[in-house]
Design a protein around this ligand. Structure first.
Ligand SMILES: Nc1ncnc2c1ncn2[C@@H]1O[C@H](COP(=O)(O)OP(=O)(O)O)[C@@H](O)[C@H]1O
Ligand SMILES: [Mg+2]
Length: 359
């Protein structure tokens, strides 16, 4: 089950998106008709993501910040308002049919709720066989199919395979169901996995096991993984790189250790503060605890705040923050660490537009 070689095998970039934007049109109410205003939910604006072979990239933000929309755009489940998605350097925009099937063979998604994503009337065997067949990985004849099924279940550590293969979803625990959903995604033999909050509906006690499984798969199959979460502490543990989103925009990024241990953007600090991490708590004094001016409410995305979208909640907000959108400022303290925050204007230069594909 090795990846098919492409023209770009020298590059470790599997999937990248630049300027990704999604505005959802809002159904017009009577008031809109009277005012002739056209409104839209600005769910995702100008998002840049690069997924590399054998690396986990975390996309972190509170509920409603646009994380799932980014994943769905990357999975080509929605048409986008603007931006470019490249698979191995090649621009792709597919709307279904054969091109979509070709794309999902490389880019698979795992959803939050494994109960909803598995059909209750079908067994594990049915789900996995179907995935293998759709993606042309079922082999020839029943012996090869059995072997492929066994391999999938072993990959997700549901062993011995015979114990699980003929079970229905309701006969499995939440963690086992999510493992089946992961096995089904692997049935495509993908290069990238988009995991949208893959453990947030599981019991706390089994989350780590599923994250460890994903990490093991990343190493063994050289997968590029997008790990979406609202739990920034798990990003530190699990992801190589962390990107932070607020109200549809990316506000900070860098290697996970730096972003979680030395967060630069006031929003990232607020996120970390609301998800205490024992190591960091010991290191940070009470003076550094950020305060939230607006009681923790994210803004409306129909009329998002001008300038920096975080400014109404930010204790450091300056007049400029409400009028001008901050660019990314490069920070010298970590690998590719940056923050889109005017606090760093004086000390740091704006980050160059990245040449991701050539790295
Ligand atoms: N299909 C849709 N139509 C209209 N608005 C949507 C749709 N999907 C998501 N949204 C809105 O886009 C914003 C971002 O949603 P989402 O991407 O689900 O955020 P997250 O996954 O971070 O919780 C939210 O305000 C949400 O209400
Ligand atoms: Mg979501």
């Amino acid at each position: 089950m090795t990846a098919t070689p492409t023209a770009q095998t020298t590059s470790d970039v599997v999937l990248e998106a630049k300027g990704l934007t999604k505005h959802f049109a809002v159904r017009r109410g009577l008031r809109d008709l009277l005012t002739r205003e056209k409104s839209a939910v600005h769910a995702v604006d100008d998002v840049t993501v690069t997924l590399r072979r054998g690396r986990v990239t975390a996309l972190v933000g509170e509920s409603g910040s646009g994380k799932s929309t980014v994943a769905r755009l990357l999975a080509q489940l929605y048409p986008r308002t603007a931006g470019d998605i490249r698979l191995h350097g090649e621009s792709v925009e597919v709307k279904g049919g054969r091109p979509f099937r070709r794309y999902v063979r490389k880019v698979q998604m795992i959803f939050q709720d494994p109960f909803a994503s598995l059909n209750p009337v079908h067994t594990v065997r049915y789900h996995l066989t179907r995935a293998l067949k759709i993606h042309g990985n079922a082999g020839k004849g029943s012996a090869e199919l059995e072997k492929a099924l066994q391999t999938l279940l072993e990959r997700v550590q549901l062993v011995p395979a015979e114990r699980y293969i003929d079970k229905f979803p309701h006969e499995l625990s939440g963690g086992q169901r999510q493992r089946v959903a992961i096995a089904r995604a692997l049935g495509a033999n993908p290069e990238a996995l988009l995991a949208d909050e893959p453990v947030s509906m599981l019991d706390v006690s089994i989350r780590l096991g599923v994250l460890n499984l994903l990490r093991d798969l990343k190493d063994r199959l050289d997968l590029a993984i997008l790990y979406i979460t609202h739990d920034i502490a798990s990003a530190r543990y699990f992801a190589d790189e962390t990107l932070v989103m607020y109200a549809g925009r990316m506000v900070e990024g860098g290697d996970s250790e730096t972003v979680t241990q030395r967060p630069a953007h006031p929003y990232t600090r607020l996120l970390i503060e609301s998800a205490p991490d024992p190591d960091r708590m010991a290191a940070v004094g009470p003076d550094e605890v950020p305060q939230d001016k607006a009681g923790g409410e994210p803004p409306s995305l129909i009329k998002p705040p001008s300038g920096c979208r975080f400014h109404p909640r930010c204790v450091h907000a300056m007049p400029k923050c409400s009028t001008e959108l901050p660019p990314r400022f490069e920070l010298p303290d970590g690998e590719d660490h940056w923050a889109a925050c005017w606090l760093y204007e004086i000390t740091h230069k704006p980050a160059e537009p990245k040449q991701e594909a050539t790295r």
